[in-house]
Design a protein around this ligand. Structure first.
Ligand SMILES: [Zn+2]
Length: 177
């Protein structure tokens, strides 16, 4: 989870103690617009201004990052290229340097998982398809269905006819020729 911690930091310039909150961990699922990762990357995460002299103070603590790929830690003060490499390897940064939002990275992670699964295991050769059987099978199935259908219809018709016959008065016998 994204966790903020309280820290008292002494200003390196004027020595005044500053109480500040900093990100101890980031959950990229919650970082929907990717802004925390962006700050981590450009080094502005966990920085603050001294309340006394206004100097910019950067806390160089490792930030625990949890993403769909697992957990790793990065320090905002790390080398930019190193941070990029780490973020890329965990699917949080595109090759072109675009930061994926929490949702995007989740989506891409799921997608890449699916694609990995989809990759067919290399089978040497497909089994030879019998030439007659499938068609024969289909033919039999069809004819069976047809037969059933025809039989059913016939039966229904017969039922109907017998019923109508029973209701209707019998037609007069044909005149003797
Ligand atoms: Zn200061």
């Amino acid at each position: 989870m994204t966790q903020l911690s309280l820290k008292i930091v002494q200003c390196p310039k004027c020595g005044v103690e500053n109480r500040t909150v900093y990100y101890a961990s980031i959950n990229t699922f919650m970082d929907l617009d990717g802004s925390l990762v962006a700050k981590l990357l450009d080094g502005t995460l966990n920085t603050f201004e001294c309340k006394n002299c206004g100097v910019n103070i950067r806390l160089s603590f490792d930030v625990l990052i949890s993403c769909s790929d697992g957990m790793f830690s990065l320090n905002p003060a790390d080398n930019v290229e190193y941070k990029k490499k780490q973020l890329k390897s965990h699917g949080l940064l595109s090759e072109k340097g675009k930061i994926f939002s929490g949702l995007e990275s989740q989506y891409l992670h799921a997608k890449s998982k699916l694609e990995k699964r989809k990759q067919p295991s290399p089978s040497p050769q497909p089994p030879p398809a019998p030439k007659v059987t499938p068609n024969t099978k289909i033919y039999y199935e069809l004819s069976e269905k047809l037969e059933r259908l025809l039989f059913k219809n016939k039966k229904n018709n017969e039922d109907k006819t017998s019923k109508t016959n029973a209701e209707k008065p019998k037609p007069p016998p044909p005149p003797p020729s």
